[in-house]
Design a protein around this ligand. Structure first.
Ligand code: PMP
Length: 409
């Protein structure tokens, strides 16, 4: 007889032996106090400061967003009551989609329960329905894009991260008659680097490829009105589909795609992960709508984010603490060893009350373990200085190497 429970227990044991088993810290966010939070656990309730949140602009606690959500709960109740097709299409969903289409200067937008589902659903349909489609995917693309491409069944070529010569070589080696999709991100969150978007758009034009751009780590934070990196670089309109999340800069939950009406309509009509699932709670859509509208009007949060990230980057540079890239607002501190990475994170938390989740394999390759630090507008300058000093001390005690002045990791 097959021992089902024993089988999964053994799988978990193997994962633990590989050092890949995850435990979650219990973090109680406190509305209005971000980045402060309470760390719960045995005998705990300690006040900590969060340095690894994707609530990049603190919009998850913005008074306008909270007010919109409270009002929508009072007005509409908790859940949406169904899928978009069966009674779950609320005016907040429709308004949010209109607002997102407008943000990206696209004809149409479609929201999903998460950014993960948006990528999986959209790429499954786009690459799956185009006959003989070949997908060109950056090697560091997020798991949700990889899942969508896999679910589409399309042939896939992986190009080296941001390597446009490699992408061109692969495009040139593919039958010109076949439909092609280039799938990439604008800001890569583990690296904090930016794709050469202009070159991608040129290559797409030359080889008649369709472009699918994940702007999850850019929407709300870059470009006029927060439309993302492509918009910031004056490349709006050069990418066929832009995908984003409502869970990071927009502080709530959900994901979306924006693009030409016929393409978005095809995703709406054919994507199982859109059709057969309950729509977002209307109050979540209302909160996201408030965040998108606010960040369209206000540049303040974007400017503060850049200033705070710049300050931390400068303080770490002065101390020779290696950072993978300084091209975007995320500050990935390279440690390069899984055990040391956990030790540094643990000391920052236990001694100083700074919470940064260590990032180990398989999220990043073995040997490039890192702390993915995300300063936000809500981290004060004093706190940033305090964090840099604390990291400096922990770095010294751990005997970690410093890099030469001026060099990046
Ligand atoms: N794309 C990228 C590049 C991501 O990093 C993530 C999540 N971290 C997602 C998509 C999924 O977004 P969500 O959290 O809204 O599911």
């Amino acid at each position: 007889m097959f021992g089902y429970i024993d089988f999964f227990s053994a799988e978990i044991e193997k994962l633990k032996e590989r050092g890949g088993y995850r435990t979650f810290l219990e973090v109680a966010r406190m509305a209005g106090e971000f980045p402060a939070a309470l760390k719960h656990g045995p005998g705990d309730g300690r006040r900590i400061s969060v340095w690894c949140s994707n609530d990049y602009l603190g919009m998850g606690q913005h008074p306008l967003v909270l007010a919109a959500m409270k009002q929508a709960v009072d007005e509409t109740g908790a859940g949406s009551g169904g899928s978009r097709n069966i009674s779950g299409n609320h005016r907040y969903h429709v308004e949010l989609e209109r607002e997102l289409a407008d943000l990206h200067g696209m004809e149409s937008a479609l929201i999903f329960p998460s950014g993960y589902v948006a990528n999986d659903a959209a790429l499954t349909v786009l690459a799956g329905r185009l006959p003989g489609c070949v997908v060109f995917s950056d090697e560091l693309n997020h798991a949700s894009m990889i899942a969508g491409i896999r679910h589409s069944g399309a042939e896939k070529h992986v190009f080296r991260h941001n390597d446009m010569e490699h992408l061109e070589e692969l495009l040139a080696g593919t039958d010109p008659a076949l439909p092609k999709i280039i799938a990439l991100e604008s800001v890569y969150s583990m690296e904090s680097d930016v794709a050469p978007l202009e070159r991608v758009a040129e290559l797409a034009r030359t080889y008649n490829a369709f472009t699918y751009l994940d702007e999850v780590h850019a929407v709300g934070m870059y470009g006029p009105h927060g439309a993302g990196k492509a918009a910031e670089l004056g490349l709006d309109g050069r990418f066929d589909v832009v995908q984003g999340t409502l869970a990071k800069a927009f502080g709530t939950a959900g994901g979306y795609v924006a693009g030409p009406a016929a393409v978005v309509d095809a995703i709406r009509s054919f994507a199982s992960a859109f059709i057969f699932t309950t729509s977002l709670p209307p109050a979540v859509a209302a909160g996201a709508l408030a965040a998108v509208r606010h960040l369209k009007r206000s540049d303040q949060e974007r400017k503060q984010l850049q200033a705070k990230a710049g300050l931390l980057q400068e303080l770490l540079r002065e101390r020779g603490i290696p950072v993978v890239s300084e091209a975007a607002h995320i500050v990935p501190v390279l440690i390069g060893d899984a055990v040391k990475c956990r030790e540094v994170a643990s000391e920052l938390l236990e001694r100083h009350g700074y919470y940064v989740q260590p990032i180990n394999a398989p999220s990043v390759p073995t040997g490039s373990e890192r702390l993915r630090v995300t300063p936000t507008p809500q981290h004060s300058e004093d706190e940033i200085v305090g964090f840099a000093r604390a990291l400096d001390g922990v770095w010294e005690r751990a005997g970690l190497p410093r890099r030469l002045a001026g060099a990046l990791a």
